[in-house]
Design a protein around this ligand. Structure first.
Ligand code: PMT
Length: 410
């Protein structure tokens, strides 16, 4: 065990974007959702991926090649014979093939090995990961012949995102709307992310707790849940089975994870953690649990008066209780301090007998509570790794990288 002064101090700089430098081949087919491809191309390029586009003849009735070319910053491919062998060279140089929107026609052709235009031919010539985002009328989507093809594609590893329920172009409502661009982006990022947490069961806590004074008033704190949700999302992207236990969040929990359990008080968070801990291989306590709760919660509203004295007691320390367990998962805590005090965080690491603690100075601008970024030091028994200000997702990436380095050598 490394005592004070014995651990290695490291700085880390660098941004982790999985899409940087990747080449995405995007097929656009004839659906009213084709206009959303522009947003998809912009998002991909924002993440520093390059995008080459194949448009079918029908798609050009919904959106012009010029609009797509301007978004992609590159010419559009469409005609098999205009650039000979483009059906081989385009897929050969691509890291991922995405069809969005994908009509019933292209999905049916792909499932049956039909190659009668540039897009369908390029699909057959591609042997990497394919993502399709179906878009069509709900009757077509439910059609048994269509579903047979879709199921077949999924059995050979083609990934599907959507479709979603909602108003359709024909004026009807049902399942058939192309998935939201951010959902498509999420599946693209996941497909290109190394699945190095596959087989791990990750339990994460997020957000604040509320300790009730009476039925309408409570003690709480400024935690939004953004840090815990980022951890859960990244664990899901890297292939883990994820359970998120959250207090009242100011953000939506990620939609790429397996279980979301909502709680309100420190006691109910304690109970949920203890129930789920035996099924977990990694436990991360990023929630800001209230440190105190009223000795009693009044059953009816306390009348307004000039002065009110509250009697508070300490809440149960969830992390400390987990630390005391013999067969605990790899356990990570957070330390919220005002001021640069990694020494206090290290004290918590040792005092609570856990494997790692993430120190954040919550008095810093753009760090800690209710921000999209954080500036942390990852502290374990042997090492302190100081990270620059970065997005909470990138902080999460770095935390899981270090967990994986340490986990099997515990
Ligand atoms: O949710 P955000 O707005 O994104 O903000 C993120 C965050 C600032 C809440 C997060 O990064 C963070 O620092 N979380 C831990 C906050 C905290 O309670 O720190 P602490 O130093 O008081 O507690 C140390 C550890 O003990 C923490 O892991 C905490 O979850 C845990 N604890 C504390 C009290 C208690 N009763 N039970 C606990 O398990």
């Amino acid at each position: 065990m490394g005592g004070p002064g014995k651990f290695l101090k490291e700085n880390f700089s660098g941004n982790i974007t999985v899409l940087k430098g990747k080449s995405i081949l995007l097929g656009i087919t004839g659906s009213v959702a084709a206009y959303k491809s522009i947003e998809l191309i912009k998002r991909l390029r924002e993440e520093e991926a390059s995008v080459r586009v194949i448009m079918t003849g029908a798609s050009k009735r919904f959106i012009t090649p010029l609009s797509i070319e301007l978004a992609a910053g590159d010419r559009v491919y469409s005609d098999m014979f205009e650039t000979p062998l483009s059906h081989i060279s385009l897929p050969a140089d691509s890291d991922l093939f995405v069809i969005a929107p994908a009509t019933a026609n292209i999905i049916g052709k792909y499932a049956n090995g039909i190659a009668d235009d540039l897009l369908s031919t390029a699909l057959l010539a591609y042997n990497g990961t394919v993502i399709i985002a179906p878009a069509m009328n709900w009757r077509m989507y439910e059609n048994r012949a269509f579903q047979k093809g879709l199921n077949y594609l999924s059995s050979i590893g083609v990934k599907t995102v959507g479709p979603e329920q909602g108003n359709l172009a024909c004026g009807e409502e049902g399942v058939g709307r192309m998935a939201d661009v951010e959902r498509i982006m999420e599946s693209i990022i996941t497909a290109l992310t190394k699945q190095d947490l596959a087989g791990e069961q990750v339990l994460v806590t997020a957000g604040p707790t509320r300790e009730y004074i009476d039925p309408i008033r409570y003690l709480s704190n400024r935690s939004s849940g953004k840090m815990g949700c980022a951890l859960a999302k990244i664990a899901g992207r890297r292939g883990a089975e994820v359970t998120l236990i959250c207090g009242p969040l100011s953000v939506a929990p990620p939609d790429n994870i397996d279980n979301v359990i909502t709680v309100e008080t420190a006691d109910s968070m304690y109970a949920a953690v203890m129930e789920n801990l035996p099924m977990s291989s990694i436990f991360i306590m990023s929630a800001a649990v209230a440190d105190f709760m009223p000795v009693e919660t009044k059953e009816s509203k306390i009348e307004k008066k000039d002065k009110l004295q509250l009697n508070l007691v300490k809440t149960r320390d969830i992390l400390e209780s987990v630390g005391r367990l013999k067969n605990k998962p790899f356990t990570v805590g957070f330390a919220a301090e005002t001021g640069y005090r990694p020494d206090r965080a290290r004290k918590k690491l040792l005092g609570k007998d856990i494997d790692m603690i993430v120190f954040n100075d919550v008095s810093q601008k753009d760090a800690g509570f209710d921000t999209d970024t954080n500036e942390v030091v990852i502290i374990d028994r042997d090492r302190e790794k100081k990270l620059p200000l970065m997005s909470k997702k990138d902080v999460s990436m770095a935390i899981f990288d270090r967990i994986l380095e340490l986990k099997d050598n515990r």
